[in-house]
Design a protein around this ligand. Structure first.
Ligand SMILES: Nc1ncnc2c1ncn2[C@@H]1O[C@H](COP(=O)(O)OP(=O)(O)OP(=O)(O)O)[C@@H](O)[C@H]1O
Ligand SMILES: [Mg+2]
Length: 310
């Protein structure tokens, strides 16, 4: 592995359409003025791009359509140096897409997503690419994968003894990870996703920390619950704590969670101690928040370690 670590990322790659409304109220049944940004997204794709920028040798298993968006997504993955040999390009589905409507304060108001194409990542397809599992130092997944695909991912990871890191992705999808909690080396969930996974509502910060401990009791080696501007809570079987977010000017918080998950995957690949993994995650989130883009184009290990020393 010539100094680099090998990562396999599995999950969605999609077109992101971010609509920033300019008025406080949206007029129904009319076209409303907005600033509309197009970009590449999908949680797994974002994680893969972060990891390649953090020095990883990254392969992505995802699926796109033969349409213009899919072609551009695959081209961009190649341009940044991600291996795309295991990407599915299909004529049977359109490329996945996410449309998010954001308020003036940059908070998400409502979103829609179409990730059906990801169903093409079947157990058979994953088995065909088992050499990528064998070669990986860490595997990172999002929660868009079907239950059957998830079962295969964890079976192959077990067979080749590779740690798996998961991003809980959305509250609805997070629950798919429940059967696999005992097999996770790391889980990054935001507050709503952790609530959905545990079937509970956290009333305060203490309960979030308890939630992280509960996830660790259920078998996650390193459980992380992110809390936006409040930072995060984390737990392993023998330590737990809360860490504040880095104090940075918020340019665009979208993608911070994905960057955090990527840094956690890097930490697992390198066998870093849990507290260092979590701190690197916070640094990656902060670096993403000061960037307009969903994946900060100049994120790097050097930049993260610089943030950690100040
Ligand atoms: N407004 C903010 N100010 C400072 N730090 C923030 C802010 N929002 C997020 N962060 C940082 O990013 C981390 C992840 O954020 P969050 O809990 O919002 O994840 P998320 O909902 O998964 O985000 P996304 O999926 O959009 O990437 C937090 O733990 C925190 O360190
Ligand atoms: Mg997230």
């Amino acid at each position: 592995m010539d100094g680099e670590y090998d990562v396999l990322v599995i999950g969605t790659a999609a077109l992101d359409i971010k609509v920033h409304t300019r008025a406080l109220a949206i007029e129904p049944e009319l076209s409303n003025p907005a600033i509309i940004e197009l970009g590449f997204g999908g949680v797994a794709r974002n994680i893969a791009e972060n990891l390649v920028r953090l020095g990883g040798d990254v392969s992505l298993i995802s699926a796109v359509g033969v349409d213009e968006a899919g072609t551009q997504i695959v081209q961009q993955l190649r341009d940044v140096g991600i291996h795309t040999d295991a990407m599915i390009v299909t004529a049977d589905h359109n490329t996945g897409a996410f449309v998010g409507i954001y308020q003036l304060d940059k908070r998400l108001r409502v979103a829609f997503d179409d990730m059906q194409v990801i169903r093409l990542i079947t157990p058979g397809y994953l088995n065909q690419h088992r050499s990528l599992f064998h070669d990986a130092d860490v595997i990172c997944i999002d929660a868009n994968l079907s239950a059957r695909a998830l079962e295969t991912v964890f079976r192959l990871a077990r067979a080749y003894d590779v740690p798996v890191c998961a991003d809980a992705t959305t509250p609805l999808l997070a629950q798919r990870l429940h059967p696999f909690l005992p097999e996770l080396a790391a889980l990054a969930a935001n507050r709503a996703e952790a609530e959905a996974l545990l079937g509970t509502h956290f009333r305060d910060e203490d309960e979030v920390l308890q939630g992280a401990r509960r996830l660790a009791q259920l078998g996650v080696d390193l459980a992380i619950i992110t809390q936006g501007a409040e930072g995060l809570s984390y737990a392993t079987s023998d330590e737990s704590g809360r860490l504040p977010a880095f104090n940075v000017e918020v340019v665009d918080p979208v993608g911070a969670g994905d960057a955090l998950t990527a840094a956690v995957a890097y930490g697992l690949a390198e066998g870093l101690a849990p507290t260092e993994v979590v701190r690197l995650g916070l640094a990656a989130a902060a670096q993403t928040i000061v960037c307009q883009e969903t994946v900060c184009p100049y994120i790097s290990l050097e930049v993260l370690y610089e943030r950690l020393v100040v």
